[in-house]
Design a protein around this ligand. Structure first.
Ligand code: SF4
Ligand code: SF4
Length: 192
């Protein structure tokens, strides 16, 4: 985990907080850093900035740091932090907006996050739901890391977590309509 005070001289973007707030509709300015979100986040040990630090970066207008952060891509939107926050801040909503901003800014994105999310959204767009086995296969082929995580993959397969026959939602027209609507509003950028 990184320490914000060690960042050295940084450039603050004073309009950034308002921009993020307008898009995620979360009262980010109310965060008083009690860290209830961070202490409940089961993924925070893998984050470069803890969940409350991500909020701090936004409050301070540190656009570049937060959009380059791996944390915004590692958040699994499990909602644990959202239900624990005494100020009613839904961090997954904030993360969502930050991811979209990072994609729109066309800056560096941590690891293969852009590719993974692109494949994930593409699968939803096609069939209305993700097939984990197909998603993994595409990802492995594109990254050429065919043998990485093989052991974990076998465990998932044995537990029936990687269904080999893809399913699709009945009303795919509705899925297409949702994607069209998102593109029209331009509030959310679809990762392709
Ligand atoms: S739980 Fe809410 S108020 Fe506390 S640090 Fe996290 S976002 Fe801020
Ligand atoms: S929603 Fe994201 S930040 Fe919040 S607890 Fe879950 S993984 Fe952590």
């Amino acid at each position: 985990m990184r320490v914000l005070a060690e960042e050295g001289a940084v450039e603050m973007d004073l309009g950034f907080l308002a921009e993020v707030r307008e898009q995620c509709l979360q009262p980010i300015e109310r965060c008083f850093h009690c860290q209830k979100c961070t202490s409940g986040c089961y993924l925070s040990e893998y984050f470069d900035y803890a969940p409350n630090q991500v909020i701090r970066l936004v409050q301070f207008g540190l656009r570049e740091q937060v959009l380059k952060s791996a944390s915004i891509w590692l958040c699994a939107a499990c909602q644990t932090c959202a239900v624990r926050c005494p100020n009613g801040i839904s961090i997954p909503e904030v993360m969502d907006v930050l991811r979209n901003m990072a994609v729109a800014a066309k800056g560096p994105v941590a690891g293969n996050a852009r590719l993974f999310h692109g494949l994930f959204v593409g699968d939803i767009r096609r069939r209305g739901r993700v097939n984990e086995a197909l998603l993994l296969a595409w990802y492995k082929m594109r990254t050429r890391q065919l043998l990485a995580d093989l052991k974990e993959g076998m465990i998932l397969l044995r537990k029936g977590k990687l269904p080999l026959v893809p399913s699709r939602v009945k009303d795919r027209k509705e899925v297409r309509r949702i994607f069209r609507r998102l593109e029209e509003t331009k509030r959310r950028y679809i990762i392709r």
